[in-house]
Design a protein around this ligand. Sequence first.
Ligand SMILES: Nc1ncnc2c1ncn2[C@@H]1O[C@H](COP(=O)(O)OP(=O)(O)OP(=O)(O)O)[C@@H](O)[C@H]1O
Length: 298
Amino acid sequence: MKYILETKGLTKKYGKLTALDQLNLTIEPGMVFGLLGPNGSGKTTTLGMILEVTKPSSGSYLWFDEAPSANSRKKIGAILETPCFYPYLSAVRNLRIIAKIKECRESRIEEVLRQVGLYERKDDPFKNYSLGMKQRLAIASALLADPPVLILDEPTNGLDPQGIVEIREVIQQIASSGKTIILASHLLDEVQKVCTHFCVLRKGQKLYQGSVDEALSDQKTIEVAASNLDHLEATLKKMNGIYKVEKLTDVISLTTENGLSTESINAFLFEKGLTATHLVKKSGSLEKQFLKILNEND
Ligand SMILES: Nc1ncnc2c1ncn2[C@@H]1O[C@H](COP(=O)(O)OP(=O)(O)OP(=O)(O)O)[C@@H](O)[C@H]1O
């Protein structure tokens, strides 16, 4: 199988509004793919169409290199909205009902509850769960049939920082078990932390698609300090491979060519008679990259 999902010119119009315009996407097995974009950019519309909830105005898509079918639908676990659970029933009893509908074996219930970290609380009624626990139970129910693909729409919406970390860990653990995950999010940080690949949508247009690592490595910064910052700044401005030299309060921040190492900066400074008291490579932030993508497309 080449692609888990391939969309070809997928388009959705609501009257005069084009919610999604000619989306071409390819998602490969094992990716944790983030659909990233501000509110109203077309993320939910995209998920709705690939889940057959919304009919495309034009374009098409393939699941597992084939036209969508009842068989492909069975291989996809999805949570578009928080599913309805019976508030007075425990997690186990709620999942038993869903397992029956989905014709899953009973032993899956314990497996998925362990997977989302709810096994210890399995007998508590659903109504006593925190929002984060409810969301993890929703993920457990989507995993019951052991689908190779999991789709999540804004999985950390409304959660507190602790709840966000727990969901992130669950997603990472599910990804490490080999499943492909597609998630929609407007949170850069979330995409940076859990996704391997992402695309950026704005007003229904895809502005970018690539790997998170590549997007981050495009933006390498290095921090340097020495006893005389002015001298250091002037010296670094003479070094090849440095795009930008910026003097901050007590360090110089460098935007460098990909591949320029801290070792070569150290050697250059040593040659010029300077000793670095601080020399640290900073990883890029997707935020900078995201803003760059948006600016380039203005
Ligand atoms: N049923 C509908 N009828 C008319 N317009 C719609 C409908 N559903 C979505 N839209 C519009 O389509 C555009 C894309 O909406 P969509 O919900 O896909 O965006 P989103 O990126 O998921 O944003 P959010 O995070 O706010 O849900 C928006 O302008 C929205 O108002």
